[in-house]
Ligand binder design. Structure first.
Ligand code: OAD
Length: 251
């Protein structure tokens, strides 16, 4: 299995959260990424997410996403990808790799939809979706009119304010999604962890399930993290360079 974090998308131009130029250096999580912040000032929260949506829309998957997508689409592989990223770049890379080579190139999976097992499990949700803050109904993201709080998008069912479909601080992760992640980790021979500071739980605990069941950890990160001391192999470089070097020869 593979667990990824914000560092995976750094080379695509998506800012990470921590570190020298991380988002949390310039913004306060409690003012932008909590349910309380949304109740207090939904316009401010939407301004921030609309900015991030625009930024992410202009980014492309990098060679790390592509190498991982190609690796996962081999029919002989049973790799589960769990990501903390809400940017959808893994899905875009998977779709692209699937379109480019659905049947050829050494037997990639069949054409059509990306196979169920090769989809990314997005434990922190997706910025490309909306969710009603009242009745929790999910929908595709609609354009956001930031003129005032009265023009913000509302639920078509109950009229409640829509919010981005991401997990905020203080919120529980979706139970089914989280248990799928832990199950994959528990069954894995190897957990490859790329681009996460491994400080936000429960996601950061997922690789421990692999270790607990006798599997190995490979870490790809220029910096060390709380997981580093458990890693059998540490590849201290950017994922956009390390993952193609590691996975393409295996593919
Ligand atoms: P962080 O911003 O905490 O950590 C990014 C990690 O990526 C750091 O360990 C960097 O050293 C590493 N890194 C930077 N550039 C890299 C590169 N090119 N290749 C590989 N690694 C690189 O991001 P996350 O660990 O994903 O949650 O953060 C976890 C959660 O905290 C996020 O999902 C988000 C955030 O608050 C919520 O919003 C709920």
């Amino acid at each position: 299995m593979v667990l990824t974090g914000a560092g995976m998308s750094a080379e695509s131009g998506v800012p990470t959260f921590r570190g020298e130029s991380g988002l949390w250096r310039s913004y306060r999580p409690e003012e932008l990424a909590t349910p309380e912040a949304f109740s207090r000032d939904p316009l401010l929260v939407w301004e921030w997410y609309a900015w991030r949506r625009g930024l992410i829309a202009a980014c492309e998957p990098n060679p790390g996403h592509t190498a991982l997508a190609r690796f996962m689409l081999r029919p002989s592989r049973t790799t589960t990808l769990v990501t903390q990223n809400v940017d959808g770049l893994h899905t875009r890379a998977l779709e692209r790799a699937h379109q480019e080579e659905p049947t050829g190139g050494g037997g990639l999976a069949t054409p059509g939809e990306i196979p169920e097992g090769a989809r990314a499990i997005e434990v922190h949700g997706t910025i490309a979706g909306d969710r009603c803050s009242e009745c929790h109904l999910r929908s595709a993201a609609v354009p956001v009119d930031l003129t005032s709080v009265d023009t913000l998008p509302r639920c078509t069912e109950c009229g409640g304010l829509l919010r981005p479909d991401v997990v905020w601080f203080g919120e529980a992760l979706d139970e089914a999604v989280l248990s799928a992640a832990f199950e994959a980790a528990g069954n894995a021979d190897v957990c490859l962890v790329a681009g996460t500071s491994a400080v936000v739980h429960p996601a950061a605990s997922v690789p421990l399930a692999t270790l607990h069941n006798g599997g190995d950890l490979i870490e790809v990160n220029p910096e060390s993290t709380p997981l580093s001391r458990h890693a059998r192999v540490r590849l201290a470089g950017p994922s956009g360079e390390v993952l193609p070097a590691l996975l393409d020869p295996l593919g």
